[in-house]
Design a protein. Structure first.
Length: 407
């Protein structure tokens, strides 16, 4: 996930360089920021089904190789259509990442350990901008945007080799004992007799719990992508901070997000559940309160200094990040066992609608110097997300398999 998000944030720090190199407008740049989300979104629903059929190991190897090629493609492209093509390919390659991680955590960890396991990969999505924006920004200023994209391509390919050698499904790993495998599976004893059979996407998409989770997480991802793609430009252009310092300052909220993701959404949730607290109530509380804290983004509407803006952004993304690992652990907790990847795909499909909309809507509003409106749109969506958790998801419990309902 760390490498995955290096590939995503390198575009956000290349704003001025790409406008100068290709002569594009801020609106076109907004479309370019969201380009990979188009193919990423289109792939989400089928990729969940494919993951359930072929497993994380096979699909992970293919996807990591594809996204490595995409980063090199961006580095050598001669024009904007070529750049769009590279970003479209990146979306295809990275599409399985979150659903595959959610499925892998469900396969490898007992329920009472899944929040922290999930927070490890989800926190990496926050730490990548914290480390990647300043590092890639310095690379861009010293060696140019093309070589900065090539550098992320090299890192991605090295990760492909590492994943190829290391990752195995639990049933394929000779080092996993029968006792440990039984422990992992014993905590999923609440699954229905037909839960090992895949339920259809249409059946899953009609379930209120899935809809509630998808809407709630979509609101989180809107704010996430607004900040992931536009934060350096907002600090530089709206608050008049020089480019280098905007890269450095951008890392502050993402560091806060990394810690809240790990400490609250991961360690605290698992610790409370392991001490006997009601697991559904713990997860729902963190999910709802964390998403509500995301409304801190509205504080930017009246911020006039970098310190004020960074405080409110940190409150917002910190709260949302505490909720994120809980949300990503839910596909393995609410889906019929044979459909975890499919529910993860539906969840990330909703996320990518937000991932497409956030940079484009913000690009139009930014071109009209209306950042206040951009933050207000994000806040309104978060209110919808909180209501979806409260009235549709309601509690964490497993959905019966389609075959069981039909019988």
């Amino acid at each position: 996930m760390l490498v995955n998000y290096f590939d995503r944030v390198n575009l956000s720090v290349s704003h001025n360089a790409l406008i100068a190199a290709f002569g594009i407008s801020d609106i076109t740049y907004g479309y370019l920021l969201g380009a990979y989300n188009w193919t990423y979104m289109v792939c989400q629903l089928p990729i969940g089904v494919v993951l359930d059929k072929f497993g994380v190991r096979r699909i992970g190897r293919i996807s990591t190789f594809i996204w490595s090629i995409a980063s090199f493609g961006a580095a050598v492209t001669p024009n904007i259509p070529g750049f769009f093509s590279a970003r479209f390919l990146l979306g295809v390659g990275e599409a399985p990442t979150f659903p595959a991680n959610a499925k892998a955590v469900g396969s490898w960890f007992p329920q009472q350990e899944r929040s922290f396991a999930t927070s490890l990969f989800d926190a990496a999505a926050k730490f990548a901008p914290a480390a990647g924006v300043p590092l890639i920004g310095v690379l861009l200023l010293h060696i140019g945007w093309r070589l900065s994209f090539a550098a992320t391509g090299v890192i991605s390919f090295l990760y492909f080799l590492l994943f190829f050698v290391i990752y195995r499904e639990p049933e394929e790993d000779p080092h996993l004992s029968n006792q440990e495998y039984a422990l992992i599976r014993s905590t999923d004893a609440d699954t229905d007799p037909g839960a090992n059979q895949q339920s259809s996407l249409l059946y899953l998409a009609r379930q209120p719990k899935v809809l509630g989770l998808a809407l709630g997480f979509g609101s989180y991802n809107y704010v996430f992508y607004l900040l992931l793609t536009w934060l350096p430009s907002y600090l530089s252009e709206s608050l008049h901070i020089d480019l280098l310092h905007s890269f450095v300052y951008s890392g502050v909220p993402w560091l806060v997000a990394t810690f809240t993701d790990l400490l609250v959404g991961g360690l605290l949730v698992d610790a409370l559940i392991q001490r006997g607290w009601n697991s559904s109530r713990v997860r729902m509380t963190v999910l709802v309160l964390g998403t509500a804290m995301g409304l801190g983004i509205l504080g930017c509407c009246w911020s006039h200094t970098a310190a004020q803006a960074l405080f409110w952004i940190s409150v917002s993304i910190g709260g949302l990040s505490a909720a994120a690992p809980v949300g990503w652990s839910l596909p393995s907790l609410i889906a019929p066992w044979g459909s975890v990847g499919s529910v993860g795909g539906i969840l990330n499909f909703s996320n990518q609608i937000s991932g497409i909309a956030a940079p484009i809507v913000t690009g139009y509003l930014y071109a009209r110097h209306a950042y206040t409106a951009a933050f207000t749109v994000a806040g309104a969506y978060l209110v919808v997300g909180v209501c979806a958790y409260l009235f549709l998801l309601r509690r964490v419990s497993r959905i019966p398999a389609e075959s069981v309902v039909n019988n």
